[in-house]
Design a protein around this ligand. Structure first.
Ligand SMILES: [Zn+2]
Length: 235
């Protein structure tokens, strides 16, 4: 592999440790990119996802995995970064109505900005993020409108963009896929979903709760795909 590095384009891939980002990383690898994975230790309630991110990166294969500390708990404002309770057992209709309390203020803007900074240093023009506008329609920073505007911003905000060294592209291969289609794609690419972590409110040992929006969407996705989720849930 290393003999190809000079000609292989580099990409920065946001990897949270969840099912969607693992699939996104696999897609970036299969698209021929030399991947630089980026995770954030942002004070999230579900810190087990950082361990999952490390497992996913080492299994799928990245040139480097950076974990950037960024304490969003200083501001809070989300059930994932403060003591606000994580909603449980909501049906899909309730989940898709409005912006949930698990929304982390401006998170993807913050994350993509740091990914862009690293990309510019690496000479990379391709950024991958596993956002999805179907199952999480309530999150404003997961929508195509946001990604389109950020991509334009990237090209006017950077030295590399202004000098025309290349054109920044934000890749969102999952944005219009249903959860079950994401799972099918991941399986096709050999992703081991047993290494991933999706729960917003896991038990101290990392066992997923099975009742938060993220667990419910994940379980429904596996069920619809006719597959068993390899994770063991709390009874
Ligand atoms: Zn959960």
């Amino acid at each position: 592999m290393s003999s190809n590095l000079e000609t292989t384009p580099r990409a920065v891939v946001l990897v949270s440790g969840g099912l969607d980002s693992a699939t996104t990383l696999a897609i970036a690898r299969h698209s021929g990119f030399d991947c630089y994975a980026l995770s954030f230790d942002y004070g999230q309630r579900h810190r087990h996802e950082l361990e999952a991110a490390k497992r996913v990166c080492s299994t799928i294969g990245v040139s480097e995995h950076a974990v950037v500390p960024l304490d969003l708990r200083q501001f809070g404002g989300s059930a994932l970064t403060s003591e606000i309770a994580v909603p449980k057992d909501r049906d899909e209709k309730t989940m898709s109505a409005g912006i949930p309390v698990t929304y982390v203020p401006a998170r993807n803007t913050v994350f993509l900005s740091i990914a862009l900074a690293w990309a510019e240093v690496l000479g990379a023009f391709d950024l991958f993020i596993g956002v999805n506008a179907v199952d999480y329609s309530g999150y404003p920073d997961c929508r195509p409108e946001f990604i389109d505007r950020f991509e334009r911003l990237a090209n006017v905000a950077t030295k590399a963009g202004v000098e025309g060294a290349g054109l920044f592209q934000i890749h969102t291969p999952l944005i219009l896929l249903k959860k079950t289609e994401i799972i099918a794609k991941g399986i096709e690419l050999g992703v081991d979903f047993g290494l991933t972590h999706s729960c917003y409110d896991p038990f101290p040992d990392g066992t997923p709760c099975g009742h938060c929006d993220s667990c419910k969407l994940r379980l429904a996705g596996f069920a619809e795909a006719g597959l068993a989720d390899p994770l063991v849930y709390a009874s």
